[in-house]
Design a protein around this ligand. Sequence first.
Ligand code: GDP
Length: 450
Amino acid sequence: MSKNFDTQSTIVAITTPIGTGGVAIVRLSGASAIKIADKLFSSRGKKPSEFLARELVLGKFEYHGFFEQCMCVVFVAPNSFTGENVVEFQCHGGIKIAEKILSACLESGARMAQNGEFSLRAFLNGKLSLSEAEGMIDMINAETDAELSAGYKLMSGKLTKKVREFEASLVDCISELEVSFDYPEEDIEYSSREDIKKRLNKLKIEIGALIDSYQTGNIIKNGINVVICGKPNVGKSSLLNALLKKDKAIVTSVAGTTRDSIEDTFEINGVKVNIVDTAGIRETTDKVEKIGVQNAKKKLAGADLVLFVVDGSAPLDSKDEEIYRKVKKQKHLIVVNKADKKQAVSIDSAIVISSKKGENLKALTDAIYEKTVKGEIYASNLVVTNARHVECLKRAQKSICHALAEIDSQTLDLISIDLNEAYTAIGEITGDTSNEKILDSIFSKFCLGK
Ligand code: GDP
């Protein structure tokens, strides 16, 4: 993306995915969008500049011997996605037609849009905040209901509203400090300090709660990482297949069949679960198996939850114990498998299932959800799902804590520096204080045409 944010040119892109489909959309945005469209499209002798705003008009797109009967819609600034004049052509699907329309627009004065450039313009024109734009992209990329719902919440501005409250509170504190610089009589200073302390403590608590919500937010965005562990032949692969409802892992009665980790995803209550069936974490001299074991150890270290599986039809032995010793420090569930056979194991806290018969799997998935998902994902509480946002909150929190620690001993101008830092960090969430570099790096990750 260009560094100086060229907002003068009129930009164009195919906004629908490239490929065959019923309809494709080409979007023009910028000061000359309607003028360019006038050169290319007409309907019963009328040009786009004569169309009613937001009215879908059937007509003819014509350029150097290329004809297409399609729809055209005009949005007049500021009432458009970007806040600029926008024209969209809805043409027949397929690659060629949309490309012809695109090149006609390019040859008529538009420039090819870069990734995320329509959204960048929407942001620069105050149509949406940075975090709202990120929420929109989260919705587009959502694979699960939980991601979709979190993306919607972000896009609809809940976080923006909260962050702007924080900003306002920091601005109040900073201006109060400035008044104290101008009137440095002791009593004003004292009351300022006490009042500011109160406000900063409130901010600290509220920002802290948002930082904490990221644990749930991270799960919504990236899913729960669950690792299945247990000695060979207890039914780990069978369990994976049962949870995925497909035959992903090979199941045999020969111990050590799974040599490397096998992973896939499924959903519990609309939340993504990344599940790994490990190759076992026992010591081995076999070269191939060693790599598998190392990989399993890595997966285990990054697990949000471990399912420690034992074979309920045979007494526990030292191999089970050895593995349990390795996993027990992590958040885990004990799963007693092969419940369809005569039982030789009884563990109070365990969940007893049969992978083969699919028995009691619901109790297991409920337990996985309960152990990992903190708080209500679909409730109206504000949950931070974006790593960038939580990083900004943490920086702001650090500056606020620093200010609080120093407020009784330092001069107010030093406290003001901390609060200004907190303000900058917080404002980067909505983009209120973001510099071009930050904006550039965020919007360039968006897709073309968005
Ligand atoms: P892994 O080595 O731990 O991955 O175990 P597998 O999933 O490959 O299963 C080992 C053997 O146990 C296979 O013969 C499975 O059919 C059998 N098995 C797995 N789960 C069950 C179960 O719930 N009940 C019974 N009866 N057999 C099972």
